[in-house]
Design a binder for this molecule. Structure first.
Ligand code: SAM
Length: 207
C-alpha cells in the first residue's frame, strides 16, 4: 500500500532501534535516509537511497514523488522525527499523500537518561539551522537545566554565552556520539568547553 512513513531510528546504535522501525524498514519498497541511518538496516530488501546532507529537500521530494506513484517509502530520521527532525519539512511538502510517523528515541532522551535528568522540567532548544541568539540568554535564567542541540559546534555556544556575561564557571555537560562505541560524556564548566574539541554530534546541557 502506498504510504510515506517517517521513521525515527534513535541516536545511532541498533540497541536503541525500535521493533516497529525494523518492521517498517523490512516491509517498504524504498528506504531513504542518511548513511548512518541506512546502515542500521543492512538486511532489508527494499531499494536504499542515501540523502545528500547538502540537499535533503531533494530526497524528501523524491520520497513524496515515489509515494504518489504508488510505492511504500520509509524516510528515516535519526533520533525522533519530531524533534529538530524531518517531520516539519516533509509534512509541509507531502500534500495529500498518506503519512505515518513512527517515533524514535531522541538524542535528547538518551542524554537525559545518561545524566539522570527528568526531562519534563527542562528547557529544550535546538539551534539547528538557526545559530545562537539572545533568546538563549533569557531561557538560561529560569533555573531549569537547558538541553541544546547545537547548530554545528558547542564551542560556538560557549563563546556566545561567555561574551554575553554568563558565569564562566557555570556547570555544563556535553554528551557526544551517544550510543556509539566512542560515546563521551564530559562534565565541566562553561569556560573549559573552549579548550576541548567536540564532534558536531553532541547534546549540550547547561545547568
Ligand atoms: C538534525 S538534528 C536531529 C535530531 C534528532 N531528530 C533527534 O531526535 O535526536 C541532529 C543533531 O542531533 C544531535 N544528535 C543526533 N544523534 C546524536 C548522538 N548519537 N549523540 C549526540 N547527539 C546527537 C546532534 O546535535 C546532531 O547535530
Amino acid at each position: 500500500m502506498s504510504k510515506l512513513y517517517m521513521v525515527g531510528v534513535g541516536p545511532g546504535s541498533e540497541d536503541y532501534l525500535t521493533f516497529k522501525a525494523k518492521k517498517i524498514a523490512d516491509s517498504v519498497e524504498i528506504l531513504i535516509g542518511s548513511r548512518r541511518a541506512l546502515e542500521l538496516f543492512p538486511e532489508t530488501s527494499g531499494e536504499k537511497i542515501e540523502l545528500d546532507p547538502k540537499n535533503m529537500e531533494n530526497g524528501f521530494k523524491h520520497a513524496v514523488f515515489e509515494v504518489r506513484k504508488g510505492k511504500s517509502v520509509a524516510l528515516l530520521s535519526t533520533g525522533d522525527p519530531g524533534f529538530s527532525g524531518i517531520l516539519k519539512p516533509v509534512l509541509d511538502m507531502s500534500g495529500t499523500v498518506e503519512v505515518e510517523v513512527v517515533p524514535g528515541i531522541s538524542s535528547i532522551q538518551l542524554c537525559a537518561a545518561k545524566l539522570k535528568i527528568p526531562w519534563d522540567d527542562v528547557n529544550l532548544i535546538t539551534l539547528h539551522g538557526k545559530g545562537v541568539s539572545s533568546g538563549l540568554l533569557e531561557v538560561l535564567e529560569n533555573g531549569k537545566p537547558t538541553m541544546i542541540l547545537p547548530n554545528f559546534s558547542v564551542k560556538e555556544i560557549a563563546e556566545f554565552l561567555l561574551n554575553n556575561g554568563v558565569d564562566p564557571r557555570r556547570e555544563v555537560a556535553i554528551c557526544e556520539k551517544l550510543s556509539y562505541p566512542d560515546e563521551r560524556i564530559v562534565k565541566t564548566v562553561l569556560k573549559d568547553v573552549l579548550n576541548e574539541n567536540f564532534s558536531y554530534m553532541c547534546v549540550m546541557v547547561i545547568f
